[in-house]
Design a protein around this ligand. Structure first.
Ligand SMILES: [Zn+2]
Length: 391
């Protein structure tokens, strides 16, 4: 590493200035087009800070998603190495409920307020600060900073990386807000839509139609029976809700008491535990629903409302788990929210979720990052970098 690189690293702004800049760049991702922003300014800004430090940066367009980019920034080389990963997007906001401008980093009560402070733009300045300490040193394995697109909406950034087989490394820490406690598992999320189409007719003569609502009633019985089976079969004491859940969320069907219901649509949510496979669950549902649709002569449509997030688990005795437990003094736990971890794990990376801030403040007005998290976060990240890239 040249002296030039070394002195350039010293000129990178401090944590507060970096976060001020990142918060000022809107990068909301949303399935609602009016809310959706490009994350390009955020990844370009990160690259601009990382390049003078000696990182080789690659800005990768997410296929089929105009304006959306992943950033892979690599310092050093080698087949192993550590990925520190975060998403660059935020959720939408309700500015009437914010006390200060969501895009202006504002300090109050020993906290930094702003949209994305804890979820999770705040992670990047802390990673860069931690990396600054190793610039100029000889890395045994690479340090890779990964910045993804669209975690809050489609997870398509992470999905595109998994499809591209990038980045290659051995370990990954995703800096979602966990209060700096290591998290080694979460449930998956599936949201599915079931539609039955029959035939309308006068209620006085059932032979005139085919009642989709009655078919749905039976289908709901099947879903609840499946749920009962899964909840008997699967149990994980690490979670607050220790069994997989299935929630019948909303139903729309029919129009009048004296008409046979021609169409009925049900949306439901499934939260599988680690060890349960999404495609197998969908097949099991279909195996129960299809015969009853056939018997009743109803047209069936069963589709996911979004691609879903698989459940995630890293073994309790994994090296990364024990290193993070040692660095933080906390044993690894489970959380109730989903992350990009399954896709990094699919790349062969031993993956853990651990970052500053609390999930309680995420997706809320007056989102903040407590200043008390900053120094401990930098220290833990430096410990990780030292362990996996230097020693
Ligand atoms: Zn997040």
């Amino acid at each position: 590493m040249s002296d030039q690189t070394f002195s350039a690293a010293a000129r990178i702004p401090g944590i507060r200035d970096m976060l001020t800049r990142l918060i000022a760049l809107p990068s909301i991702s949303s399935a609602t087009p009016a809310w959706d922003h490009s994350n390009e300014p955020v990844v370009r800004q990160l690259a601009e800070w990382l390049e003078p430090m000696g990182f080789v940066t690659e800005i990768m367009p997410v296929p089929g998603m105009p304006g959306k980019f992943n950033l892979i920034a690599t310092l050093g080389s080698g087949s192993g190495g550590l990925v520190l990963s975060g998403h660059t997007d935020t959720v939408p906001y309700d500015d009437k409920r914010w006390k200060s401008d969501p895009f202006t980093l504002t300090e109050r009560d020993d906290r930094w307020y702003g949209l994305g402070t804890c979820d999770m733009k705040g992670f990047f300045p802390l990673v860069i600060e931690a990396a600054r300490a190793i610039v100029g040193q000889n890395l045994k394995q690479p340090l890779i900073i990964l910045a993804t697109a669209d975690e809050e909406s489609s997870m398509n950034g992470a999905r595109a990386l998994a499809e591209a087989g990038r980045p290659k490394a051995r370990y990954a820490v995703i800096g979602e807000p966990t209060g700096l406690k290591p998290v080694r598992m979460h449930k998956g999320i599936m949201m599915e839509r079931l539609i039955f189409e029959g035939q309308s007719g006068h209620s006085s003569d059932p032979s005139l139609g085919n009642n989709a609502l009655e078919g749905m009633h039976e289908a709901m019985g099947e879903l609840l029976a499946l749920r009962k089976g899964w909840q008997t079969q699967y149990h994980n004491a690490n979670f607050k809700v220790q069994v997989p859940t299935l929630n019948l969320g909303c139903i729309h069907g029919g129009d009048n008491p004296n008409r046979i219901c021609a169409r009925c649509e049900l949306h439901f949510d499934l939260r599988p535990l680690p060890g349960m496979k999404m495609n197998e669950l969908r097949q099991m549902i279909l195996d129960r629903i299809q015969p009853l649709a056939t018997t009743r002569g109803l047209k069936l449509s069963f589709e996911p409302l979004f691609d879903g997030v698989p459940p995630f688990e890293t073994a309790a005795d994994a090296d990364l788990v024990s290193v993070c437990e040692r660095l933080t003094g906390h044993s690894a736990e489970a959380v109730a929210f989903a992350t990009e971890a399954p896709w990094l794990q699919a790349l062969g990376l031993e993956t853990l979720v651990m970052g500053p801030g609390s999930i309680d403040q995420a997706h809320q007005p007056d989102e903040f990052l407590a200043l008390s998290q900053l120094n401990p976060a930098v220290k833990i990240l430096q410990g990780l970098i030292r362990h996996y890239c230097l020693e």
